[in-house]
Design a protein around this ligand. Structure first.
Ligand SMILES: C[S@@+](CC[C@H](N)C(=O)[O-])C[C@H]1O[C@@H](n2cnc3c(N)ncnc32)[C@H](O)[C@@H]1O
Length: 254
């Protein structure tokens, strides 16, 4: 916050390379501090969140990208590297962190990303433009509307997955500031996974994969939705805390 308020780098501050302190720096820093003390996440105050080594613009219209999601992205990158032109669909793109990272890490890829929220899409587009990532964005309700036309090698999604019942135990920072549309799926915690199972069976290439982030407590239940054909080779992946965090599954139409 100090760096953002003053425009000075950490190095400049350590070196004492500071011309007279400007009163407006103090004002700006105090304004940041007041917001922070009220519980607003630093990322929203500074409008920046780090993800996979890049800075993403964020506003309260989008979920702050989480480190767990980097594991999901890492898996997709590894999987897609064998393909010359991977066709990837990111459902519920938010800040666009997944879509833009995949487009940048996988040159030659064709990435399409959707979200129900026009405000989130505006943020995602701004990120893709400033990072130089080529992504096609589309506003769409993945629960009600058909997925974007096409055949895909990979579908990746980090949908809303927190049960309403956990709201009261969650950090105020999250509940009071992050978009509920991004966090809570409503009464049925498996709603988005049911729909992803339908979408994947329609638009994934034979041999294609779906990678979905999920709540550690529901990974087992969500996995059951992918037990039958055309799905095969389901893998539950753990995060660095040892919790079930994302599930990958392959389409096998044979
Ligand atoms: C958990 S956030 C994930 C954001 C981003 N992909 C990330 O990993 O940081 C879920 C996203 O799904 C979007 N979303 C919620 N309901 C949706 C729906 N019915 N159709 C499409 N997107 C939806 C939200 O707006 C939000 O951006």
């Amino acid at each position: 916050m100090m760096e953002a308020a003053t425009g000075l780098s950490r190095f400049q501050r350590i070196m004492g390379d500071i011309a007279p302190l400007q009163p407006r720096w103090k004002e700006e820093f105090n304004a940041f501090l007041t917001r922070r003390l009220r519980g607003e996440p630093t990322q929203y105050i500074l409008e920046i969140a780090a993800f996979y080594g890049r800075d993403f613009f964020v506003t309260p219209d989008v979920l702050i990208p989480r480190p767990e999601t980097e594991l999901l992205v890492e898996w997709v990158i590894e999987r897609a590297q064998t393909l010359s032109t991977p066709r990837i669909l990111d459902l519920g793109t938010g800040s666009g962190c997944i879509a833009a990272t995949l487009a940048l890490e996988l040159p030659g890829s064709m990435v399409t990303a959707t979200d129900i929220s026009p405000n989130a899409l505006a943020v995602a587009k701004k990120n893709a433009t400033s990072l130089g990532a080529s992504v096609s964005f589309l506003q769409s309700d993945m629960l009600l509307e058909a997925p974007p036309l096409g055949v895909y090698d990979l579908i990746v999604s980090n949908p809303p997955y927190i049960p309403e019942g956990e709201k009261s135990d969650m950090q105020r920072e999250v509940v009071d500031h992050e978009p509920h549309l991004a966090l809570f799926p409503g009464g049925d915690v498996l709603l988005f996974y049911r729909r992803l199972a339908e979408i994947g069976s329609k638009v994934l290439q034979n041999g294609g994969w779906m990678a979905m982030e999920m709540h550690s407590a529901y990974a087992g239940k969500a996995s059951e939705l992918f037990e039958n054909r055309p799905y095969a080779e389901l893998i539950v992946h753990r995060d660095l805390a040892g919790l079930d965090r994302f599930v990958t599954v392959r389409v096998d139409a044979s």
